[in-house]
Design a protein around this ligand. Structure first.
Ligand SMILES: Nc1nc2c(c(=O)[nH]1)N[C@H]1C(S)=C(S)[C@@H](COP(=O)(O)OP(=O)(O)OC[C@H]3O[C@@H](n4cnc5c(N)ncnc54)[C@H](O)[C@@H]3O)O[C@H]1N2
Ligand code: MOO
Length: 435
């Protein structure tokens, strides 16, 4: 290994240690805004859920004793005295020897102890023929069946995903305390960059890193915005930094960190030792930097400086930025990628890997007899977004491996959830143009 390069794991540990010194913030937010954040309190239910016994079926609420022995041959006929749709909130009582029509989710009337589904009746609303005897408590969901009042339904440290959000809302929580997810600003640099949507001319490049990283951050549940440096002028860049740290908790930059004459990020942040720049033994993603900036109120804002090559930027995001953010957000999976973010796959292809550097190779995945198999997704140049978009995962080739051979198992960091696996299985859509 080239001796001046720092191993990937060592750099990641240094980034995590630096970010670990920034205190986490706890904020109380309206419940819907908790999505994607980690709970900072145990949540105790103030109510039973369901709050009262309700029906699991559309049908008729009855006293079971009134319907004993009912069958298709010997139906029991009862007068229908009321109609209870879901959403009716007044107290309804069932008199002996009567039935009340009821809908799924509606409160079971006082005095009723079973519901007969509509399919086992003649569906009439004046008097109803009941064609079967219900089991005791048939189709009645008791109060507190799901959640009991006073029960801890969610523990501090739980990630609020779609299911957890549903539970929070169902127990009537208006707001909840969460670890504030770090707000990230993505700052792209380079005089050559055009705004997304522009057609590049000679010497021009469209800013794809900004949209890519903001989208990736949002996919991972972090609020993110994009910013563009005014140019490669150092004084202007310093002013941009001063402005941006006021509105974010983490700053991520791309570009301007290698050996060029105009590498403004490295030049400006090296001053006063605000950031450390080093070569990391990985491919792509060699030039890296990290440090801390201070906001006007004394807040410390971690800054992670990624290389400008688009694939290098994405790889660096996955192996350094995402773990750091998960740590700052107290993500229960911890800073390292959760198991669901990676699979082990066996190589179908052979290729040479760079000596002494961990390679993160763009690969496609498919199911083989023994589990996941992988193939190279295309050209592996750091500028080649085509192979990145075509890939399902980054296969991690350890620094000591110089040649990947068919049959070799490799850990693969997933680039999208396999459940939605879009790259290889979807047919091309019909052409459609929009104005
Ligand atoms: N003499 C050396 N040259 C380079 C070295 C080196 O060690 N010695 N390292 C190379 C490696 S590896 C990488 S990676 C790049 C990193 O360069 P920078 O981080 O300084 O990035 P830039 O020079 O600004 O840009 C590199 C490349 O990426 C394109 N780019 C930049 N920003 C964006 C963006 N927002 N969207 C799309 N594309 C972007 C830019 O146009 C360049 O093509 O340095 C190598 N050079
Ligand atoms: O290591 Mo630089 O990140 O591609 O090509």
């Amino acid at each position: 290994m080239a001796s001046d390069l720092v191993p990937l794991e060592q750099h990641r540990a240094a980034v995590l240690a630096a970010c670990g010194q920034v205190p986490r913030r706890v904020v109380t937010v309206p419940v819907l805004e908790a999505h994607g954040a980690v709970l900072a309190e145990d949540v105790v239910s103030a109510v039973d859920v369901p709050v009262c016994a309700n029906s699991a079926m559309d049908g008729y609420a009855v006293r079971r004793a009134d319907v004993l022995g009912a069958s298709a041959e010997r139906p029991v006929v009862l007068p229908v005295t009321d109609d209870v749709p879901a959403g009716r909130t007044d107290l309804v009582t069932l008199a002996p020897g009567t039935a009340i029509r009821i809908m799924t989710g509606a409160p079971v009337p006082e005095g009723a102890d079973a519901v007969i589904p509509v399919e086992l009746t003649d569906r009439r609303t004046d008097q109803v023929r009941l064609l079967a005897e219900p089991r005791p408590a048939a189709h009645v969901r008791p109060a507190g069946d799901d959640v009991r009042r006073g029960q801890v339904v969610l523990a501090a440290g739980t990630l609020v995903d779609a299911r957890v959000l549903a539970l929070l809302v169902s127990v009537g929580r208006p707001q909840v305390a969460v670890v504030a997810p770090p707000r990230v600003t993505v700052l792209t640099t380079g005089d050559e960059l055009l705004e997304p949507g522009a057609l590049p001319g000679h010497g021009e490049v469209v800013d794809s890193n900004g949209p890519m990283l903001v989208a990736a951050l949002r996919e991972h549940g972090f609020p993110a915005v994009r910013a563009r440096a005014a140019g490669d002028d150092e004084a202007a860049f310093e002013r941009t930094l001063t402005e941006l740290v006021e509105g974010c908790d983490v700053l991520v930059t791309t570009g301007g960190v290698s050996a060029g004459a105009y590498d403004v990020v490295k030049a400006v942040l090296s001053r006063g030792g605000r950031a450390t720049f080093r070569g990391v033994a990985m491919q792509p993603g060699k030039p890296q930097g990290f440090g801390t900036l201070e906001a006007a109120d004394g807040r410390r804002v971690p800054v992670l400086t990624l290389p400008g090559n688009p694939v290098s930027a994405m790889v660096s995001y996955l192996v350094f930025v995402l773990p750091a953010l998960r740590q700052l957000a107290a993500h229960p999976a911890g800073p390292d990628a959760a198991d669901r973010d990676q699979v082990v796959a066996v190589a179908d292809d052979a290729w040479r890997a760079p000596a002494g550097r961990t390679q993160l190779a763009r690969v496609t995945l498919h199911r083989g007899d023994g589990g996941w198999r992988l193939r190279l997704a295309g050209g592996q140049g750091s500028h080649m977004l085509g192979a990145l978009a075509a890939a399902d995962a980054l296969a991690v080739v350890p620094a000591a491996v110089e040649e990947v051979r068919p049959g070799m198992p490799l850990t693969c960091l997933l680039l999208h959830p396999l459940a939605t696996h879009p790259t290889s299985s979807h047919p091309a859509p019909e052409q459609e143009s929009r104005p």
